[in-house]
Design a protein around this ligand. Structure first.
Ligand code: ADP
Length: 324
């Protein structure tokens, strides 16, 4: 079953801005899906339409088979959403925050209490249930927003920049939490400016740009579209800088470190064979830049050359290396 289906979805605001130019998109049940795009791409508009806050101009929206036009209440029941800005009532305690939200969805007090406990425990905020929202740290507020979005047990969770403004440690623990939620069967759609976050979490991805979808595919296939990859290789022993390797562009940073460009037509193994033949021992290897970020910039910056139109071949297997 499709969790979300958009067909020809278009939005023209009264001022004439065409925020969405007829997009088609399908998110399958259980997926962890990234919806990316630069500012102004139309992400918030799309989320606004799906969550019934913005009226569409044209197109069809189905959420778990429910048609937004004929049954918006059923669509709303299926969806939990966390907005970009923290919009908690700061003078309310955590448990009432959850109970009130459950009330909006028509849960009985007994159901609301049970779900509130379950969700607060899931985001590890049960011990804080009698605290005021304003006393929570930034990361805890974000977790509370996720718990609140889940209180009516939605099948689809839409998270708009869920880790905006939280530090890297908290972000990583949020990733664990989101993975757990997804593994329990909740479909997640995520927008984020941290492309590393999307690369870590999401199996499928769409990139929106100026109201159109420029890429929609499985993450690993998208990443394979890069015409070349850059790696930084650290060596166990110093080597003589300036050494060349046929078919690969190498830039020596020092006697212990080099950068290599591996075109999509070659494999990293081939380069390692050349290193072996030269008696060079590798200590570590990492990508020079985040691959998704590189692709994103190429696709959404008009001044840069577009990617070549080609089927991603099976030649370039991604090695399991640490990210830059
Ligand atoms: P994103 O979330 O990807 O940054 P938005 O959906 O917010 O993109 O915006 C898409 C386009 O629609 C932008 O050009 C933005 O200025 C415009 N836009 C968004 N909301 C409104 C509105 N209420 N009225 C007019 N134009 C809007």
């Amino acid at each position: 079953m499709d969790a979300l289906s958009l067909k020809g979805l278009a939005k023209v605001y009264p001022n004439g801005v065409e925020a969405l130019k007829g997009i088609d998109l399908t998110v399958r049940e259980g997926e962890f899906y990234a919806l990316l795009g630069p500012n102004g791409a139309g992400k918030t508009t799309a989320i606004g339409i799906i969550t019934t806050l913005v009226n569409k101009t044209a197109g069809k929206v189905h959420v778990y088979g429910h048609d937004l036009d004929s049954d918006p209440a059923a669509v709303k029941k299926c969806i939990g959403v966390t907005p970009q800005e923290v919009n908690l009532n700061m003078f309310e305690k955590l448990l009432p925050t959850m109970m009130h939200q459950a009330g909006y969805f028509g849960l009985t007090p007994r159901q609301a209490r049970r779900n509130a406990e379950k969700c607060l425990k899931a985001v590890r905020l049960w011990d804080e249930r009698n605290m005021l929202a304003r006393t929570l740290s930034g990361g805890m507020k974000r977790r509370l927003m996720i718990a609140r979005a889940m209180v009516h047990e939605p099948k689809l969770l839409i998270l708009d920049e869920p880790t905006a403004g939280v530090d890297i440690e908290i972000r990583r623990s949020m990733w664990d939490l989101l993975r757990e939620i997804n593994e329990r069967g909740v479909t997640i759609i995520l927008t984020t400016h941290y492309l590393e976050e999307a690369e870590h979490l999401c199996r499928r991805i769409a990139i929106l740009d100026r109201g159109e979808i420029v890429v929609e595919d499985r993450m690993e296939r998208v990443l394979r579209q890069l015409p070349e990859q850059h790696f930084v290789i650290s060596l166990q022993q110093p080597a003589s800088p300036g050494q060349k390797f046929a078919g690969f562009q190498v830039h020596w940073r020092s006697r212990y470190e080099m950068e290599v460009e591996v075109p999509a037509t070659r494999s990293l193994n081939e380069f390692f064979e050349l290193l072996n033949a030269a008696g060079i021992q590798v200590l570590s290897i990492r990508h020079k830049t985040n691959r998704l970020e590189e692709l994103f910039v190429r696709l959404t910056m008009p001044d840069l050359p577009k990617l070549p139109d080609r089927e991603p071949g099976p030649t370039l297997e991604q090695p399991d290396v640490a990210k830059a």
